[in-house]
Design a protein around this ligand. Structure first.
Ligand code: GCW
Length: 692
């Protein structure tokens, strides 16, 4: 039985054929002991998966018997489970599968089995793929889409199916139970009959691993695909069109999860085009999927060109609608009020919507954190957001508790992560970016999990048995695990330091797709709120965006005592200082230094840190396979150079306004501002000479 099952998974395709290309993620093939699995007596693909996994990964006593039992238990909620010496107990089949993965993870990382129930913090733990039907991936840095491709788009090959299955398996191993298969900038064709055929094939591949399928939809689909004259959510013909579409989808995919919608945002159509509200739009779609148990995730990432503060817009549009949404609608809110910057305060919508389910949206793909070039372990950033206290229902109303049902009653709870997966052999472009996929799942399962523990777990699973299952050398923990975990934990703060410290944000270049510095970037006639000078406001009198009560007053969207704390530069944490304040270059910081000196020291510290990462990684060489060692080493080298560019660009650019010297303790710039600007804004190629 075992040998029959193996070829469909990782072993047959990778082991022995390719060395260490990272394709196996944290699910590495290992030598296993025989195990007998006792399943509930029912026919189920999920249970078959659970048995397969035990047989593929069992590291316990040879010949042991593991029993998977389905039982209702008040202490277990959603797809939670309980482990025991006998096996796994859960109230759903998914719960059994997650319990099996947990059991194996404990064996593989040397942790004891505990009998405490393990319950997910969020009911729904979803990846959002910004994948387009032509195979491209918006903000994707790991190759083309694993779901869609341009050529022979709709032919499903055995290779497609195997890959989708591997993808679903990786998700299941960390408790991710849903995937939105296409970009929120949605193409209407995704809802055409031919595309729905492929959606069905994908759903069939994901289902045995407990991963539900969802789609992003374009609000104007009734016009663009259905030929109607309007997409007005209150028009009967539109309502009917969506009802018909929902029926068609559920015929193909009976357990379809629902729709994700980006509406009235960045040029996408939406209910406001027809004088209707977000609630009108979301509720109409929610009613269409309700008969089948479907959900609508409606994004709050809305802003329109305006001279006012972009950071305030989502709150202003959504808070007045609190309580008007159906209970199968969840408002999906990015962690920060602007846009996935290296550091933002939490979005003030968390906790402020009290009668509406709200879900956090995190970005796993590194749009503003160095693409797949820079090493950025993002769990500390997500932990920072999830543990932020909103004070909306008294102290302790953290973002996590305001969204997972602990503070407010809500019919559904969910968390989404914008995926970093593509066709690259190692799935995520950077070998360490796999850790972010992993960490997202672990945090969605347990919103108080610690990033340090997740990093250690991931490192053990991913690197410990590098030599095909051989035990690691005795000093592996001290020489590899500890220093590399430290590197991971410091990596996000290093990026903040060398790119946007002290609350600076959105000062990247748009020329290079949001990679690299661009504090100057402001082409003529460009929307102001798409340009860095709008955000940093650098001038002779200082730097930073004034969001205080006397500025844009964004600060008042936060609950007290936070609003007052943020409003006063003396009490505003340094890390958010220039987010909320416009301050003179000579402003005295808590450290006693001037703002200018402090800024310069942060930029320099970021650069020095990346150099330290290079050293740490070089020393780890004896403990890593050659292929992954070299790949990471190369990327760190590029990152190191780019960190210097960030530091030089920002310090030299801001110096034009501060007119202050770069402190002696800071490494002097190695680039000129002119060279950096020229690199960022290449001159247009000369027009071809006219034929005489
Ligand atoms: O961060 C911005 C990205 C867009 C993205 C948008 C969004 C999918 O630059 O590429 O579009 O956010 O989240 O909708």
């Amino acid at each position: 039985m075992k040998t029959l099952l193996i070829p469909v998974l990782f072993l047959g395709t990778t082991l022995g054929l390719r060395a260490e290309d990272g394709h196996q993620l944290w699910l590495r093939a290992r030598a296993t002991a025989p195990v007998t699995v006792v399943l509930p007596a029912r026919n189920s693909a999920l249970l078959t998966t659970a048995r397969q996994e035990l047989q593929l990964g069992w590291q316990g006593a040879a010949g042991a018997t593991v029993t998977l039992s389905l039982k209702n238990d008040k202490a277990i909620r959603y797809d939670g489970f309980r482990l025991s010496a006998r096996g796994v107990q859960a109230s759903t089949e998914r719960g059994l599968l997650y319990g099996v993965f947990e059991l194996l993870r404990r064996q593989q990382t040397g942790q004891p089995v505990s009998a405490e129930p393990s319950n997910p913090s969020y009911e729904l733990r979803l990846l959002n793929h910004w994948d387009n039907p032509d195979g491209s991936v918006e903000r994707g840095y790991a190759g083309k889409s694993i779901f869609w491709r341009k050529d022979s788009a709709l032919v499903v090959t055995p290779r497609d199916k195997a890959l989708w299955q591997q993808y679903a398996r990786a998700n299941a191993s960390v408790g991710i139970n849903g995937a939105v298969l296409n970009n929120v900038n949605a193409s209407p064709v995704i809802l055409s009959a031919e595309y729905l055929g492929r959606v069905k094939a994908i759903a069939d591949a994901l289902r045995p691993y407990g991963v539900k399928t969802y789609l992003s939809v374009k609000f104007s689909s009734p016009v663009l695909l259905g030929g109607l004259k309007t997409a007005d959510p209150l028009a009967p013909a539109v309502v009917k069109w969506w009802q018909g579409k929902a029926r068609e989808i559920y015929q193909q995919v009976p357990d379809f999860g629902g729709f994700l919608v980006k509406a009235s945002s960045e040029g996408q159509p939406g209910p406001q085009d027809y004088g209707r509200t977000h609630a009108d739009g979301a509720n109409m779609l929610a009613d269409a999927v309700r008969p089948y148990g479907g959900l609508v995730m409606w994004r709050a990432f809305v802003y329109s060109p305006s001279d006012k503060d972009r950071a305030k817009q989502a709150y202003n549009e959504f808070v007045p609608l609190d309580g008007e949404f159906r209970d199968n609608v969840i408002i999906q809110v990015k962690n920060g009020p602007v846009d996935f910057q290296p550091r933002e305060p939490f979005s003030p919508l968390f906790g402020a919507l009290k009668k509406t389910a709200v879900m956090p949206e995190l970005q796993i793909t590194q749009e503003y954190l160095g693409h797949a070039i820079d090493l950025a372990y993002l769990a500390p950033m997500w932990e920072e957001c999830l543990q932020s206290d909103t004070y909306q229902a008294g102290p302790g109303s953290t973002v996590a508790r305001c969204t997972n049902g602990s503070v407010y009653r809500q019919a559904h709870s969910a968390m989404a992560g914008v995926s970093n997966v593509g066709l690259d052999r190692n799935w995520t472009g950077h070998d360490f970016a796999q850790a972010n996929w992993y960490a997202f799942g672990r945090l969605a399962w347990n919103s108080v999990a610690q990033s340090a523990q997740i990093a250690e777990e991931w490192l053990k699973l991913t690197f410990q048995n590098a030599a095909g299952g051989a035990p690691p050398p005795a000093d592996w923990n001290t020489q590899f695990l500890t220093p590399v975990a430290q590197l991971m934990l410091a990596s996000r703060e290093a990026i903040v330091d060398y790119s946007m410290p002290l609350g600076l944000h959105h000062i990247m270049s748009a020329t290079h797709d949001h990679y690299g510095p661009g504090p100057w970037w402001a082409p003529p006639r460009m929307r102001a709120d798409w340009t860095p000078p709008y955000y940093h406001q650098a001038a002779a009198n200082g730097v930073g965006f004034d969001r205080t009560k006397t500025g844009s007053d964004a600060v008042s969207q936060y609950q007290e005592p936070l609003a007052s704390q943020l409003n006063d530069p003396a009490t505003c944490p340094d890390q958010y200082l220039l987010w909320f304040h416009h301050l003179p270059w000579t402003f005295q910081m808590k450290s006693g230094r001037t703002l200018w000196d402090e800024l310069a020291l942060h930029y320099d510290r970021g650069v020095q840190q990346v150099r330290q990462f290079q050293r740490t990684w070089d020393q780890a060489q004896p403990y890593v396979d050659a292929e992954r060692f070299a790949a990471v080493q190369n990327k760190l080298r590029t990152q190191s150079g780019n960190a210097v560019m960030w530091k030089d660009a920002c310090l030299l650019y801001f110096q034009q306004f501060s007119h202050l010297p770069i402190p002696a303790a800071v490494e002097p710039p190695m680039h000129t501002l002119e060279a950096l600007i020229t690199y960022d804004t290449p001159p247009r190629p000369p027009r071809p000479a006219r034929q005489p």
